[in-house]
Design a protein around this ligand. Structure first.
Ligand code: URA
Length: 434
């Protein structure tokens, strides 16, 4: 005999009541067991989207989601653990240099990652462009690699938060993804269940991000930091700019190449800045505030961990990466200063070139993507190449160029505002508990 009736729980949220702990525990568990029907959870998700949740409700919802599956435990490792989660952006390859960098600094990174959907890329898709590299590791293999190498980036294990797998698929087809309590609980349930000791969130703001403006991004960041804090996980969030792509490469193999440049002590300044900013927060949370991540990029020790990390997962760090068969240049229509390079447009172009997928089942092209030769603040000549489009299928160029129609603004050099700003907009630390 079930203790509640789903219709009563839906009606309570519809009428703006605060759900009790017992109602939340039951409805999340009963949905995962198939007792609460898909249409009932769809109605409840819409009621949550429209009427919101209190801090207590979202905290309990997150705990109930975690309770539907297994929890990983890395407390037996010889070093502290810390992880990073990004809400997703264009050219966001930061995990690739950051995970080995943290390991070089003495902090282990257990990163359970995902694939890309739509205009945002996925970390696993990028790493899978390395010949031989595989992402399906067992819990035992993850622990072994963390102890021996210090960093793992792999697919989430099957048993991790099964409620989220089911609920996220339902939200996707019922227009209930953009709810701050549901996004925050979805992300944080997985990160808390993953067993990391500390967590830094990279919450992106701008056209290429989930959150297009600062106010909702700030609210999402605050909610996630509170959820982490309530669950006893040391959590900080950075609000970072995603109005323009990160770095100069957007795609899969091309982003691996750029990440290796960062690990070799070079790479684009915005990628280096964000990698170091996130590393410093992770090190502080993991109790290593004096470690110097910039030194580990410069002295090759982070690169050594990268090579070990790729090899441990079957990849060949020396193998040439796949290259697209076809390329096409997008040139400047006038001379001047680039004042806008829209992240969403570039992400959509990369997706249309084959770097991303429209549905979960689609495959991606390892070599497809966009190389950016001019970023906001750069001056360009008329006819100069702004971007190289890369794909295996030349018939994709028209669609990609259509996506880029309004992506770039060039203004006369003397009148343009050219100041480059920091990619980190703010840091959100909340220490108070409910
Ligand atoms: N990413 C997640 O994991 N969950 C959401 O709800 C949205 C983005």
């Amino acid at each position: 005999m079930e203790p509640f009736v789903a219709v009563d729980v839906i009606a309570a949220k519809r009428d703006r009541a605060e759900l009790t702990d017992e109602q939340i525990d039951w409805v999340v568990d009963a949905y995962t067991r198939g007792v609460v029907a898909e249409e009932q959870m769809a109605a409840l998700a819409m009621a949550i989207l429209l009427n919101g949740m209190s801090r207590q409700e979202v905290s309990r919802w997150t705990a109930a989601m975690i309770g539907t599956g297994e929890r990983l435990d890395f407390s037996g490792l010889s070093r502290p653990t810390a992880d990073k989660h990004s809400t997703g952006g264009v050219g966001d390859k930061i995990t690739l240099p950051l995970a080995p960098l943290m390991a070089a600094c003495g902090v282990a990174v257990p990163q359970l990652s995902g694939r890309g959907l739509g205009h945002t890329g996925g970390t696993l898709d990028k790493l899978e462009s390395i010949p031989g590299w595989r992402c399906d590791l067992s819990y035992r293999q993850i622990v072994k690699q963390l102890e021996e190498v210090g960093a793992v980036v792999c697919a989430a294990t099957e048993g991790l938060v099964p409620a989220d797998r089911k609920l996220y698929a339902l939200r996707d087809v019922t227009a209930t993804v953009p709810s701050i309590p549901l996004i925050a609980s979805s992300i944080m349930s997985k990160k808390i269940a993953e067993g990391t000791g500390a967590l830094v969130l990279d919450v992106k703001v701008g056209s290429g991000a989930f959150m297009k403006s600062e106010a909702p991004a700030r609210e999402l960041a605050q909610t996630m930091v509170e959820l982490g804090t309530d669950a006893g996980l040391r959590t900080v969030a950075l609000l970072t700019d995603m109005s323009t792509p990160l770095g100069r490469a957007v795609g899969n193999a091309v982003e691996v190449t750029e990440s290796v440049e960062v690990l070799a002590g070079g790479g684009p300044p915005d990628v280096v800045e964000l990698t170091l900013a996130l590393a410093r927060e992770m090190l502080a949370l993991a109790g290593q505030p004096d470690a110097d991540p910039a030194r580990h990029l410069a002295d090759g020790s982070a690169m050594d961990v990268w090579r070990a990390m790729v090899s441990a997962q079957g990849g060949d760090p020396d193998a040439p990466l796949p290259r697209a068969r076809e390329s096409h240049q997008v040139v400047a229509q006038q001379a001047g200063t680039v004042t806008r390079l829209d992240a969403l447009a570039v992400g959509t172009a990369a997706w249309r070139l084959g770097a991303g997928r429209a549905r979960k089942e689609d495959s991606v092209q390892a070599g497809a993507g966009v190389l950016l030769h001019a970023k906001p603040g750069d001056t360009v000549r008329e006819g100069q190449s702004l971007m190289t489009l890369l794909t295996d299928d030349a018939d994709r160029f028209d669609l990609a160029e259509a996506a880029l129609a309004d992506a770039v603004r060039i203004e006369p050099a003397d009148g343009a505002a050219t100041s480059r700003t920091s990619v980190v907009l703010d840091t959100i630390r909340t220490t108070t508990t409910s």
